[in-house]
Design a protein around this ligand. Sequence first.
Ligand code: 5AD
Length: 418
Amino acid sequence: MCYAIPGKVISLDAKLVYLDYFGKTRKAANPGRILLSIGEYVYAQGGIIVDTIRKEEAEQILKFWKRRFTELKKKDRDLTKNLWKEKQTNRISRKEIINFLSFEKKEEITNICKMANKLRLKNISNASCVHGIIEFSNYCINDCAYCGIRKSNAKIYRYRMTIEEISSLAEYAVKKLNFRALVLQSGEDFYYSDDDLLSLVRSIRDKCGVLLFMSIGERSFECYKKLFNAGAYGALIRFETSNEFLYSKLRPGKKFSDRINLIKKLKEFGFVVATGFLIGLPDQTIENIANDILLMRSLKPDMVSFGPLIPHPETPLASVKKISPEELLKTIATIRIAIPQSHIAVTTAMETIIENGKRHCLMAGANSIMISLTPSEYKNKYELYPNKFGDNLSTKENIVQSLKLLYELGRAPTDLVS
Ligand code: 5AD
């Protein structure tokens, strides 16, 4: 299993490193100032160099992948052939987005999903980033109306992993399971001081080369900058909804502008940013979702992370009706059409509401997947919503099934666009 393809350094300038991948050149940043020379091999994730790799090992991996890439791409093209006629869709308007989101007939929805999949192939080929996620604490100071780990839910068992536990698990995920991108997620939990998080990032980065996404909610920008400088180059932070009124109702005491400003600053600073929103919120209209998509497009995320609300019985939204699989697939397809070059993650909530969710979402325009690495004793306690997909699946089973599916669909488990 391999979640990153080695690139060969072909030139360097003050800002960027130019890498060769099977004859194609890609640029990467080197914020960690890893010492590099021409001809050396590196791992880059999300456009950021995270590690070097020995020449012999790199050449062996590349030899394997060269053949594999050709086979996978052929499979992907075959599966995408004869799909619905593609429209000229660059930067579709709000009106067109609303039109797509209003589709209700089965045939219309099937057609936009096919069109989205074709656009996915055209714009980002068969690249499918595989991210591992470690949910390290379910304590949270917030009381979000949608979230099962909100502070006033007295019924869930709270847990926190120690810095050592998280760090060893991350090391295992990189060295033994070959992950090259990991999300470290928790409720907004200030039990971990900024310095604790810094030492966590340093300890992981001292041991291994990996793109770390922090998904820890709102911390100061100063804290995020320190985390970046320690080696966590990614941030996963959703804006949840673009509707300020809805936002303040759902997230008591929190300000929409604080969230958006933080996301913008992180992006500007150079973070690899994953962001998105929730669909299926009470009182959310199609126009609201169109605005969510437009806001997301304007934020230029490196990864789209959105998902359906799954009502949790211990929250004020307990009785909200869950959205249908068709509504979800239609939204994925619309996002792909609105932002053709985006990386769209199949999130766990998507897999929870659709059977064989990974497959359906990947065939509707999504291209990346997340695999939970949270230890089994904690997994079902990280209960943002009930019956989370994967809670009964071991990490290894999840990896095996996910890779099998990617290969079946002709997708390469790497963020390489070639
Ligand atoms: N259903 C689906 N997603 C949820 N999240 C929180 N609660 C729920 C729920 N009940 C999402 C939020 C948050 C992410 C970590 O989980 O969008 O940003």
